[in-house]
Each structure stands twice: as C-alpha cells, then as structure tokens.
Design a protein around this ligand. Sequence first.
Ligand code: GDP
Length: 511
Amino acid sequence: MSISWPRLAHLRHVLGRRSLRGSASWMRLLSFSPVSWLCARQGNGAGSLAPGGTIFALSSGQGRCAIAVIRTSGPASGLALRSLTAAREPPPARSACLRLLRHPRSGEPLDRALVLWFPGPQSFTGEDCVELHVHGGSAVVSGVLQALGSVPGLRPAEAGEFTRRAFAHGKLSLAEVEGLADLIHAETEAQRRQALRQLDGELGQLCQDWVKTLNKALAHVEAYIDFGEDDNLEEGVLEQADRDVRALEAALRSHLWDARRGQRLRSGVHVVVTGPPNAGKSSLVNLLSQKPVSIVSPEPGTTRDVLETPVDLAGFPALLSDTAGLREGVGAAEQEGVRRARQRLEQADIILGVLDASDLASPSSCSFLNTVVAPLVTQSPDSSRQRLLLLLNKSDLLSTNASAMDTALPPHMLLSCRTGAGLDNLLQALKTELAVVCGDPFTGAPVLTRARHQHHLQGCLDALGHFQPDTDLALAAEALRQARRHLSHLTGGGGTEEILDLIFQDFCVGK
Ligand code: GDP
C-alpha cells in the first residue's frame, strides 16, 4: 500500500491537529511512505514531526515531466546538498551548477541535476534553501526524495510549509501569502493579474498607509490627553486628527464598496442563462463553455435542473448556469425546475436572457419579457444591480429584411448559436460587463479578494465610527487602537493561528 505525497501531507496535517503526533496510529500512517520509513530508521521519524527542522518536497507538479524541482528549507539544507553532491562546500550562492546527485548512503548515482544554493536570509523562506532541478521521471524524483529523507535532520514538508516559513521570517505579509495562494490556483488571465498585484504587496502597502494615518491621529489624541491642559500643543491638533480620520473613513468605505468585485474575481462571477423553453439556452451554454454541458433538444422542457459549469469568459472566471425554461402550467418535475431556475436567477451577477428571435410573439416570450426582462431593465442603477444582456437567438431563421429589432424591445443583440453569428459581439459585451462586475485588475485600486478582508475593513470602519474627539478623548483613542487592530489582522500582524491555518490549507506541498 502506498500513499501519495499530498495525501500523506494532508493526513499529517489532519492527524497532527488531533494530537496524534508520535502515537502508534500516526507512526503506522507514516510507515507507508518510503521516505518516512527511512527517516524512522534514522531515528528522526518521530522527531521530524516537530514544526522546526529542515523540510523538503517536490515543488513542481506531480506526474511525469521534463524537469522537476525539489526544494529544501532549514538549517540542514547545506548538509543535504553536500551529502547528495559528495562535496565539501556548497556551490556558489544563487548560481545554477550542474552536479551529479548520489544517494548519500549507497553512493548510487541518481541524476545529473542543476543545483542552486540560497543561503538564508536571502531566500524565499528566509532560511538556508536548496533547489534541485532534476529530470522529471518518477523514479528520479522518488530516488532524490528518498535520498533527502536519509539525511539527518530532514523531513518531508507539510502543505504550505515553505510559504508559512517565509511568512514567519517576515518575507511575505499575510496579504501576499493570500496572493500567492490565489496565484497558484489562478485559472484565468484576470485572476492571475489580480493575484500578482496582491502578491506584489499592494494591499499590504495600502494597509500600511492606513495604519500610518491612524498612528498619527492616535499620537495627536494621546498628546492632547497628556499635555492638552498645559497648553503646550499647537492649535488645531485634534481638528487635524478628526479630518484625517474622516478622510480615512471615506477611503475605507470606497474600498468596502468595491469588495464584492474582488471576491467575484477570485471565486467566479455567476452568469445565469435564462429564457422561455426552446429559445436556445442550452445551445448557448455549450457554445460559451465549448463543451456539451447541456442536452440540446427541440423538445421543450429538456433542462430541468440547474446545470453549472466553470468557464473562462474573455479572461474572467465565471460559473455559467443553464436553467429550466420559464413557463407556467407544467408537470410537477418541470415546475420544480422552474422554481430552481428562478432561485438561481436571484443569485446571478450577470443574466443572459435568451429569446427565440423567430418566435417573439409567443406567450412564453411575452411572459418572459414582462416578468423577467422588464423589472431588470427598470431597476435602479446602483452598484449591486444585476446586469442583463438580452439575446435574440436563432437569427439565422430571420429573413434578411425581417425586423426582429422591434423598437419596443429593450436593448438586445442578435445571435445564432447554430452559425455562430453575433458570438464575437456577445463576448465583447460580456467582457465589458465582467470588467464592471469584477473590477479591472490592470487598473484601479487593489480590490479586496476575500471575505476576511471585508470583515476587518468593516470592523475598522465601525471602530472609527466611535472616534468622537469632541466628546470623550479616552474613548476616541481606544477607537483608533481598535481600528488599528483590525488593520493589523488584515495584513497578518495580529494574525491568529486559526486564520493562518485556514489560509495555508489552500496550499500544496512544496509551496
Ligand atoms: P433550450 O430549451 O432553451 O435550452 O434550447 P436548446 O438549446 O435545447 O435548443 C432548442 C432547439 O433550438 C434545438 O433543436 C436547437 O438545435 C435549436 N437551436 C438552438 N439555437 C439555434 C439557432 O441559433 N438557430 C437555429 N435555427 N436553431 C437553434
């Protein structure tokens, strides 16, 4: 029986939390891994479960590939490198050198590899690190991992442990760690840009500026508390603090207002396809997702349940939902489908309303226009409004001079899922709407991408609401301190273990 590396790390993670460290069951689990078996034989198996020490892992993806990168981090990294290359000294720092890797015990050649030596603190984790760029065959990778496991003081890394060490050594702020996690999971262009911006520390920088403002205001208030009555202070100190805090409140409000956009960019925009039966909704979902997600059929009422598929729409992440055709007077199963479709419609960020262009006068088309389209078109233009794109599908059935573009219809686009005519226009319009819904990660203020960010920013804003220097100075100072605490949680300065665990559980082993 064997356990894959990520699985093993996961088990270690879960079991470690249940205080099974060092217990018989834990050791039994460890014994499934060849490296842990070697560690155990070395006498450093149980000891290796302690959080410190030197860790190693495959940092590139699993599976056969041209090159695989194996990393170590910790004080025994230099020893590991010397042991595997049979050298007295490590190679020059931060230069790639070709070396023959051998098993330190048997001397068996393992691979000719590029090795890099990063002495701490100038490394990703801030500790001594080694990178081995080996050939990507599974025998080479497992041979090198086993060889590393035989070096005293080395143990396999847990998920996210490299990044956790980088955070612990002040190499990354919590917001940057989150950016890195998002970058690893980024599937679309926009997600990658957004994650890179966060990794560059833009959110952290913004928070630091806010903290500076709070510190200055707090210093003024405290100075006033201590010396105000002695008349030693400049005029207007409190008024200036009040002005700065109110300006900060406005800035926080605008970022909070923006927060949903960042979260949508991270987790996907809800795009819901709706319309009367047989209008071509399933055909559209298949066309946009470029795969047969839904059954296309001339028989009305084929789609009953909500069918959801993640898609990359013009570089933005979206969850595309096909829903049952909206109509009344149908059987119980279809009625349930219609209920679910309406429910999903309420959660949509963007609605693609589909009508059959050759059948606009039918009762189901009219009912859809009156009950779904009209309320959306007349909604107030605030930030949270749902965005609608109305599509007249089956344009290929219209004769060239037929006027589907009834002037009474709200703004719409012509489309043919059959011929693809109008698809480019639709994608362009979708891109514009998605950029509004997600925010453009190229420009604008760095958006907050997680509910956690929003929570602390709201907490900070609430605390500032209690800043009333003209009534009670002591309470005003406490409000500023409270606000500052929220900001420090945002960047990880006051981070608790639980938050760290939540964030690092997104990572893979080797990162
Ligand atoms: P839904 O019930 O709204 O999901 O509609 P479907 O996607 O299942 O399509 C219903 C019928 O319309 C099927 O027979 C499709 O082949 C046909 N259809 C879909 N799009 C077009 C189109 O652009 N032109 C034509 N002529 N037929 C289409």
